[in-house]
Write a protein that binds this ligand. Structure first.
Ligand SMILES: [Zn+2]
Length: 256
């Protein structure tokens, strides 16, 4: 389907909610599940990224966990791209009600979006599990090997949800509220079969628009489908007004 159809839907809609997949961040090189990255981590740590980003590993080997978190996550956060700025403009124009994402690099917020539900947390919200004090990225980078809370001395928990941990139910509820009240659901960088994309089941509005790099059999449930470079398509459909800088290299589609 044509980008002009997407453009007309977005321009005509008043209450858009975006499900933002990890693929856009992956295109900038900050994705844990990229294959080449995964091999590199296995060579250096003797474990896969998914084995490290795990609550048991974090509790048993916090030094190694924090080395990985600092060197391979926090230092690879990337910059907001045209997708994030296009969403920002949509929000400024009063069209976008919110973004639901499983990305944890906080790129949409850094582009200026306000209503972002980060289902899997974000790297700027590291916290003390005892007194709940929050700590930014710099604190974690500076306090080696294991960052401790400067108020109560407890080991800080990373801002991201580790596998084996539950999602914050308040965030999940907020995401469901947003999706179920939306007029248009804009699914970017993921398909409807992923854990994030399957949240489309809560949508009862007018149209689902899906923009992804690869097609998938579940795309047929969407009303408007654009397959290709997500950043380029959003630049055409709802330009932020910024110059489009092309990221180096093309990311493999992650499994969301
Ligand atoms: Zn504390």
């Amino acid at each position: 389907m044509s980008v002009s159809y997407l453009k007309s839907i977005l321009n005509g809609a008043g209450n858009i909610v975006c499900l933002l997949g990890r693929a856009p961040a992956a295109e900038q090189g900050c994705d844990l599940y990229r294959e080449d990255f995964s091999y590199d981590i296995e060579i250096r740590y003797g474990r896969s990224p998914s084995e490290i980003v795990n609550s048991t590993f974090y509790n048993n080997r916090p030094e190694t966990f924090y080395e990985f978190y600092r060197e391979d996550i926090l230092k690879h956060r990337g910059e907001p791209d045209e997708i994030n700025y296009s969403l920002r403009r949509m929000e400024d124009d009063g069209k976008l009600s919110g973004i639901v994402t499983r990305g944890y690099f906080n790129l949409s917020r850094r582009a200026g979006c306000h209503n972002v539900v980060s289902l899997y947390g974000n790297i700027d919200s590291n916290f003390c599990p005892h007194c709940r004090k929050q700590f930014g990225v710099d604190y974690i980078l500076e306090h080696k090997p294991i960052p401790m809370c400067d108020s109560c001395g407890t080991m800080i928990h990373p801002g991201i949800v580790l596998s084996g941990e539950l999602l914050d139910s308040q965030k999940v509820n907020r995401a469901v509220e947003l999706i179920s009240a939306a007029e248009v659901l804009l699914v970017l960088g993921t398909d409807l079969h992923t854990r994030l994309g399957s949240m489309a089941k809560y949508f009862s509005g007018d149209k689902i628009c899906l923009v992804n790099r690869y097609s998938h059999y579940s795309d047929q449930a969407a009303d408007c489908v654009c397959i290709g470079d997500v950043e380029q398509i959003m630049h055409e459909a709802y330009p932020s007004g910024r110059l489009l800088k092309k990221p180096a290299g093309e990311g493999r589609q992650p499994e969301d």
